[in-house]
Design a protein around this ligand. Structure first.
Ligand SMILES: [Zn+2]
Length: 346
């Protein structure tokens, strides 16, 4: 169905308002204080009647450094807590839960362990600001870092690492990550084993006054005016260190809050126990994956091994097109198994 520009812009503004309203309904826990700001990202579905549903929400501004912090964490640590990455992990959680609970409104079952995105739904990613990396630098050239960056591919897309506390992290910018999701779908390699055709975004909705369509190609980019009241401003001068994650299956009073990559309030001795990990951590999503694969009794399966089982031609093609892409080192980041003590609780 062809939609007019006016309809598309109205839809974008309506989605922005709905995302802000949903955020307002969440408990104040994890939200910025009066002099702090944060960013908001949300994955949203729109059906044939233009009904909007918020599937997942993420807030956050922080990213931790790389491999040194990862060792020994048993997949419990969230390195990248930028809003888009949190929202996307929450969306993956929702997908896993949909399949496990056999409640299929978004992912429709074709046959055993084969699913596809409900054909009456379109998926959008909303972000309350221009995503970090090339999109942010096009919006505000003054912020362009002196840090080195690479040309990612033959069409001149730029690869940026996220800044940490005075150093570059090993996490790629949200602009780079979003472009990868646009290309190869949202599900990730593990979940993709169960998905018939990759789960693609219909469009990006960005609160900005700049045209970012040269950065995000091959997708509708809708710019909206409605501003997030918790974004940076003259009063809100410091980034909030906490991240909120919420997804459709949670009540409004039970969002998940992390700080420094761990659940808020977790004592140091419990940080690397998988049963206390954030529901969005690698080990937590891996547990859902093993449940789906009916394989939970096998605690021998390492995350790294599971990743190698999933061959995805879109991933391969993406890597071929983007030879400079920074691959996650599986020997460091994927070197954990699911400990049996996580099996009893969720
Ligand atoms: Zn970012």
């Amino acid at each position: 169905m062809k939609r007019s520009l006016e309809e598309i812009n109205d839809l974008g503004e309506a989605i922005a308002v709905k995302c802000y309203n949903k955020f307002d309904q969440l408990l104040s826990h994890g939200k910025p204080s009066s002099n702090e700001w944060t960013h908001l990202a949300a994955f949203v579905s729109v059906n044939d009647n233009n009904q909007i549903e918020i599937l997942s929400i993420g807030t956050g501004t922080k990213c931790l450094g790389g491999d040194k912090q990862e060792r020994g964490t048993e997949g419990c640590l969230l390195h990248d807590s930028h809003a888009e990455v949190i929202a996307r992990r929450a969306l993956m959680r929702l997908f896993y839960e949909e399949i496990l609970n056999e409640h299929n409104s978004i992912l429709i079952k074709q046959d055993k362990n084969k699913f596809y995105l409900n054909k009456s739904l379109r998926l959008y990613l909303f972000v309350s600001y221009a995503p970090c990396g090339a999109a942010a630098y096009l919006s505000d050239p003054i912020k362009r870092p002196k840090l080195e960056h690479k040309n990612l591919n033959s069409i001149g897309e730029e690869l940026y690492l996220k800044p940490g506390k005075g150093y570059a992290t090993t996490s790629l910018s949200c602009t780079n990550k979003i472009n990868r999701w646009i290309y190869q779908g949202l599900a990730g390699n593990l979940l993709n084993q169960l998905i018939i055709s990759s789960i693609k975004l219909t469009g990006l909705i960005i609160q900005t006054d700049k045209d970012l369509s040269s950065i995000f190609k091959n997708i509708d980019v809708i710019c909206v005016n409605n501003q997030f009241s918790y974004g940076p401003s003259l009063e809100r001068i410091r980034p909030c260190s906490m991240s909120i994650a919420w997804w459709f299956n949670l009540s409004l009073s039970s969002s998940s809050i992390t700080v420094d990559g761990y659940l808020l309030g977790l004592t140091k001795k419990n940080r690397h126990k998988q049963k206390y990990a954030s529901p969005l951590a690698k080990c937590s999503l891996f547990k859902l994956y093993l449940q789906l694969m009916d394989n939970l009794s096998s605690t021998e399966t390492s995350y790294a091994h599971a990743k190698t089982l999933s061959s995805n031609s879109l991933t391969d093609q993406f890597m071929l097109n983007n030879p400079q892409w920074i691959r996650t080192d599986p020997n460091i980041f994927y070197a954990f198994t699911l400990s049996s003590s996580t099996n009893s609780s969720s």
